[in-house]
Design a protein around this ligand. Structure first.
Ligand code: PCA
Length: 328
């Protein structure tokens, strides 16, 4: 093809594209990256949220979820949202501790250990969370908690001594630190890569909920889960502020209403599924039990160290959150 024909072709297709874009201008489509598998309740809840927005807006704003890290991996989602590569998405809040220590408050061992306490901590930390996100060019739409975090390990664990040198999968800086304090050897691995990590022996242990163990059929590789109830981390769904401001007020209202529903439904679902997940681990042959007194004491000590370290890093803002939580 000579260059004249080529550039003519370019012009023709540019015109055609322009026409298509013009015709479709009324409707907006938002891709929504998610890090966790499609069948996980967080992802199902997000899909329902997306559907509600699409329906209630009469198709004016269509939200399409992309679970399992298929559009952006878990580690990429926050950046994609900040840069506007994705207008909306979901991320584990405590994975962002390197951005701001305040993101880690819901991964402090033994600060909030039940759904009720986790909800209270969320309310206490919300003003700071909003502020931090706003400064990053983002707006919080809703959060949903994970069930309480317990210890998975290939072998029985009676105390921290049994964790010496164990290959430990971490999902944020806090679980990395915890592994180090346990004497284990941490590697950060996103949930989407978990099955492979355990199958290939890259990891033999982790701290997570029954939910993530269930999603990755962890019983194929791991025998024990200790219900330590160390903390309940949350996922958040956030929207890029520029994308948000591009919506008219009616559409913003539609999104806010769907987000409020998603928050309520998501937390309800997490509570409802928490025991079910534990039953599933046991039904698939795992030993599911409470931690021994020695293990509990070791975890308590580690929790105190981590809380002191966090307070130092998080400064006055961190103290404000903790004080607000304790006052509730
Ligand atoms: N599951 C997520 C984070 C917390 C949880 O329970 C994970 O393991 O990646």
């Amino acid at each position: 093809m000579n260059s004249f024909v080529k550039s003519l072709g370019g012009i023709v297709s540019a015109v055609a594209l322009g026409l298509t874009a013009g015709a479709a201008q009324a409707a907006e489509k938002w891709d929504m990256p998610l890090a966790y598998p499609a069948s996980n309740y967080h992802s199902e809840n997000a899909a329902k949220f997306a559907e509600e927005v699409t329906k209630a807006s009469g198709g004016e704003l269509e939200i399409v979820t992309h679970p399992g890290g298929s559009l952006f991996g878990g580690g990429e989602i926050y950046r994609a949202l900040r840069t506007g590569q994705a207008p909306i998405g979901e991320r584990l809040i405590s994975a962002l501790g390197n951005e701001d220590p305040l993101f880690e408050v819901d991964a402090l061992p033994f600060l909030a250990t039940s759904f009720d306490e986790a909800w209270t901590l969320y309310q206490a930390s919300k003003p700071q969370l909003d502020k931090t996100l706003d400064a990053a060019g983002l707006k919080l739409l809703y959060t949903v908690a994970w069930p309480p975090q317990g210890l998975y390990n290939k072998k029985a664990v009676n105390s921290a001594a049994d964790m010496q040198g164990v290959k430990f999968r971490a999902y944020n800086a806090a679980t990395e630190r915890l592994a180090n304090l346990l004497g284990a050897v941490p590697t950060k691995i996103e949930a989407a890569e978990l099955t492979q990590a355990f199958a290939t022996g890259v990891a033999d242990s982790m701290i997570s909920s029954g939910s993530t163990g269930y999603d990755s059929k962890i019983w194929e590789h791991v025998k024990y889960w200790y219900d330590v109830q160390a903390w309940l981390p949350k996922n958040m769904v956030v929207v890029n502020k520029a994308a948000w401001e591009g919506l008219d007020e009616n559409l913003q209202q539609v999104v806010l209403e769907a987000a409020a529903n998603a928050e309520k439904n998501g937390w309800d679902k997490a509570r409802e599924l928490s025991d079910w997940y534990k039953d599933q681990l046991a039904a698939n042959g795992m030993v599911v039990e409470g931690p021994s007194d020695a293990l509990k004491a070791d975890f308590q000590k580690i929790g105190e160290t981590m809380t002191a370290e966090w307070l130092e890093r998080a400064g006055a803002d961190g103290k404000t959150v903790i004080d607000a939580y304790k006052a509730k």
